[in-house]
Ligand binder design. Structure first.
Ligand code: G6P
Length: 608
């Protein structure tokens, strides 16, 4: 959840590290810090809060040096104070390190190190690593890191520097991502590629157990058995524009508006209109294997879990397979029954969510085939899965997920079509759906034109204390997602409910101060939703309805209507969620909230 960046080369490290940290801030923003080596000594700078404060500090008093490491933190062990900010030092300030992950045996290690004279300055688990390396023997920093790490239980993406070995960074990976960036006579280290995209597109994703030493002269990698490794160099095909704000005041708004393009990217080259299905080579699932599947289990967290709920309806309807959708954090601790003939699908934008990863591992142990629906290429889930579907939505920087959600739904539709075809389900419905899916980017474009009107509605409700979101069928998860978006970024309490279930509790909350958002496109449950709208109306609730273009029936019942284009019911979440994303965005902006970096949240949750 923290961001790690490092640089060795001929240029000044400070500005490169600061730019990298700013791009990684979405991973955590409680505090930031860096250590820079100028060839004869190492200087350390830390601040509580945003990277911008660190930049101001260094602007006022520039720190020369051409190698260094930096960190932006999402606090797990220890409060977000300056002491607890990374980099952490050993006793003499010889070793400095930045760490993403969790050291599970921190308390035991601390008790073991304390009698040897080590004194700890922070409440963090990460600091212990610096002391372990201090104690380790070896003639080079990489040797000492290699001897220290076997004592550690937990996860790490680690970058370490030593005062006596200027111009060298040692990195290590176990469970938390870390990559090397290969420039022209210069090298980078980062927890994700966004940090270094402006300098290089060539990266090496380290494997678990790898330890690499990086200097201006090159890099070397050994695996957990000290065997020298030649890892593949990958090319990143993201455009720099995808990690820059450009015209938009916030990443979230930019990403909402990217959705016509990002949904198209998820579809590109995969639809087979003639056969009414989808080509998904990355799944690594032969026709015989697909035909043998008897059930699907979806595991995910947060917004990805909401996409999973939609995926359930998609796969059940298209492929006639029973689907179970599980919170990954719960699933991983349930007793695992044997899972023969089961396809487990992990959905994760980041591909690093610890609970999703562990749930997938548990399913594999129980005998399931495991695939991932992932956005970040080369991420841990993508690498561990038997196969998968990449979203190709480009980097999502806003902490509140938007474009990844619509691409996840799109990928699940592709999966549904693919499984249906492999299982011999008649293809007529598939052909029609494929035709309609090709139109979806244009339909989303149309919905985005509601932006100004939604901003006007947001002005009316920006001071509300509570919100209720209701929907049915495939739009119930959309109601959940709308309410999650609002609470994440505006801090307004919001609940999502199946519209009819409202009668069993939430209806008690409804009065003239309770805005209720109905997701009510024209579909097989529309009339049922209208009854639920009546129930809210009868109790004086204020109603915003997302409904299908041309539907004028609700005029007398609701306070505000937001019309979205008509699409087949299974595709409707792709258009109904857009107004809810925009509503949450505008309300949060009007309330003066930090939309892209909401308090306490992190983009990529690599702790359980
Ligand atoms: C965090 C993010 C959410 C995201 C969830 C799952 O809570 O703030 O936006 O939906 O993690 O993340 P994943 O990367 O697995 O989709």
């Amino acid at each position: 959840m923290c961001g790690v960046v490092g640089y060795v080369g001929p240029r000044q490290a400070g500005p490169i590290l600061l730019d990298g940290l700013q791009r990684l801030e979405y991973r955590g923003y409680d505090s930031a810090g860096l250590a820079i080596h100028n060839g004869s000594g190492m200087s350390l700078h830390k601040v509580v809060g945003r990277v911008q404060r660190l930049r101001e500090l260094l602007d006022a008093d520039p720190v020369p040096g051409s190698s260094g490491i930096g960190h932006t933190r999402w606090a797990t062990h220890g409060r977000p104070t300056e002491e607890n900010a990374h980099p952490h030092l050993d006793c003499d300030g010889e070793i400095a390190l930045v760490h993403n992950g969790i050291i599970e045996n921190a308390d035991q290690l601390r008790s073991r190190l304390t009698p040897g004279g080590h004194s700890f300055r922070t409440e963090t688990d990460s600091e212990i690593l610096a002391h372990l390396i201090e104690d380790a023997t070896g003639s080079t920093l990489e040797e000492r890191v290699a001897r220290a790490l076997p004592h550690v239980e937990g996860t790490y993406g680690l970058a370490v520097v030593s005062r006596s070995e200027p111009g060298k960074i040692v990195v290590a990976r176990k469970g938390s991502p870390i990559l090397l960036g290969l420039g022209d006579g210069e090298y980078f280290v980062a927890s994700d590629a966004a940090a270094i995209l402006e300098h290089t597109r060539s990266v090496i994703y380290l494997d678990d157990g790898d330890i690499a030493a990086v200097t201006m002269a090159g890099y070397s990698i050994v695996d957990g058995y000290a065997q020298v490794q030649d890892r593949i160099v990958s090319d990143i095909d993201w455009e720099l524009g995808t990690v820059e704000l450009g015209w938009a005041p916030h990443y979230m708004l930019k990403e909402i508006f990217e959705q016509p393009e990002t949904v198209l990217s998820t579809l590109r080259g995969r639809l087979r209109p003639d056969e009414g299905t989808a080509r998904l080579h990355g799944l690594n699932l032969s026709a015989a294997q697909a035909a043998a599947i008897e059930r699907v289990v979806i595991v995910a967290c947060g917004t990805s879990w909401h996409a999973g709920l939609i995926g359930r309806q998609v796969i059940e309807q298209l492929a006639a397979l029973p689907v179970q959708v599980e919170y990954a954090s719960e699933y991983r601790y349930q007793p695992q029954l044997a899972l023969p003939n089961t396809l487990t699908v992990g959905i994760s934008q980041s591909g690093e969510t610890a609970d999703t990863l562990e749930a997938m591992r548990a399913a594999r142990r129980a005998g399931s085939r495991v695939v991932g629906i992932v956005n970040v290429v080369g991420s841990t889930i993508a690498r561990e899965a038997d196969g998968g579907i990449y979203l190709h939505a480009g980097p999502e920087i806003g902490v509140a997920s938007t474009k990844a959600f619509t691409s996840q739904i799109t990928a699940l539709l592709l999966l549904g079509l693919h499984l249906a075809h492999a299982r011999g389900v008649p293809t007529d419905e598939g052909r029609e759906l494929v035709r309609e899916m090709l139109e979806i980017p244009a339909r989303i474009e149309q919905v985005l034109r509601l932006n100004t009107r939604i901003r006007d509605i947001a002005r009316i409700y920006a001071d509300a204390g509570n919100f209720l979101y209701l929907g049915r069928g495939v739009n119930f998860p959309v109601a959940l997602e709308g309410s999650l978006k609002l609470k994440e970024i505006s801090y307004i309490h919001a609940e999502g409910y199946p519209a009819a279930e409202m009668k069993h509790g939430p209806i008690a909350l409804i009065d003239e101060n309770m805005p209720v958002v109905f997701v009510a496109p024209t579909d097989p449950v529309y009339q049922k939703v209208v009854s639920n709208i009546q129930e809210v109306k009868a109790r004086g609730g204020r109603i915003i309805a997302v409904c299908t273009e041309g539907n004028d029936d609700l005029r007398a019942l609701v306070d505000h209507q937001l019309w979205v284009p008509a699409v087949p019911p299974l595709l409707s979440p792709l258009v109904t969620v857009i107004p809810l994303q925009l509503l949450a965005y505008h309300i949060a902006v009007l309330r003066g909230c930090d939309v892209d970096r909401p308090r306490n949240l992190a983009k990529s949750v690599t702790v359980e």
